[in-house]
Design a protein around this ligand. Structure first.
Ligand SMILES: Nc1ncnc2c1ncn2[C@@H]1O[C@H](COP(=O)(O)OP(=O)(O)OP(=O)(O)O)[C@@H](O)[C@H]1O
Ligand SMILES: [Mg+2]
Length: 264
């Protein structure tokens, strides 16, 4: 049984709407310390809205959110800045600042939150970039000169700049070919293990869910309708979850977990 302090993020009774458009409707979700939680859900179903609301970038109508034991509503702006320093984000859109080089992009959060000498800040940025597999000659490039996969790696490096406890990744492998996506998955898993990160990862990629996620949470009808392993997803009777995990790859998986056929 999980204890509340085991949770990096706890969301309860969350409601988010835009005018009359209810996007998140009484959502509950606990993210365990140190896990990679994969969030799946229909396009337009509210995954990015959920992520942005947890980050305090969108207002909630009601409900509670605790991040690393803190209630953003209660702790005040200064204390909240300390909490913000403990998370990194790879946004779905607008991953990098186009006017800054790769290295400057990774230095940006450090400029915002830390007072480091220039040389040290540069060194830390270069270390993060090497960690995600960027070559030295790419560090002075501008975002427009990068491939999609490199852009994602730089955005990941930037999310790690402040040595966070939690990283939020919104579709980190979208737009990558399956090999590049697979490599990115391995990178995320390795970083999570070596840095002890908690990872909140929105993804549409069934392979990523299988390969890297400790648990999966399915968002449908504005709520988390199932949370657990792939086996839990396959057993879930919610129509969207059934349709999503009932595709050809998921069927192969369900065969793998089914008992072997009996000999006549
Ligand atoms: N700032 C906003 N103002 C008004 N409506 C918004 C805003 N942000 C999101 N929405 C609406 O909220 C709904 C959920 O959007 P969201 O971006 O969370 O979907 P998603 O699950 O992330 O989809 P995708 O998988 O395509 O990224 C959509 O109907 C979207 O139009
Ligand atoms: Mg989204």
């Amino acid at each position: 049984m999980d204890q509340p302090h085991d949770y990096a993020i706890s969301v309860h009774g969350l409601v988010v709407s835009f005018g009359a458009h209810l996007v998140i409707d009484n959502l509950d979700l606990d993210v365990r310390q140190g896990e990679i939680l994969g969030i799946v859900g229909a396009s337009g179903g509210g995954k990015s809205v959920l992520l942005r609301t947890i980050l305090g970038l969108l207002p909630k109508r009601s409900g509670s959110i605790r991040v690393l034991g803190n209630d953003p509503d209660a702790i005040g702006i200064e204390a909240m800045r300390d909490v913000e320093r403990r998370w990194g984000v790879l946004f779905q859109q607008g991953a990098l600042f186009s006017a800054l080089t790769v290295r400057q992009n990774v230095e940006f959060p450090m400029r915002e939150y830390l007072e480091l000498p220039d040389a040290l800040r540069t060194e830390v940025a270069e270390t993060k970039l090497r960690m995600v597999g960027l070559a030295h000659e790419d560090m002075e490039k501008f975002p427009a000169e990068l491939s999609g996969g490199m852009t994602k790696r730089v955005a990941l490096a930037r999310s790690l700049a402040l040595e966070p406890d939690i990283v939020f990744l919104d579709e980190p492998t979208s737009g990558l070919d399956p090999i590049a996506a697979g490599e990115f998955d391995v990178l995320i898993k390795t970083l999570q293990r070596t840095l002890g990160l908690t990872v909140f990862m929105v993804t549409h990629d069934l392979d990523s869910l299988e390969a890297v996620c400790d648990r999966i949470a399915a968002l449908a009808d504005g709520r988390i309708v199932a949370v657990g392993s792939m086996t839990t997803m396959l057993a879930c009777q919610h129509p969207w979850v059934k349709a999503y995990f009932g595709g050809p790859r998921a069927r192969a998986e369900s065969k793998a977990v089914a008992p072997p056929p009996q000999k006549p």
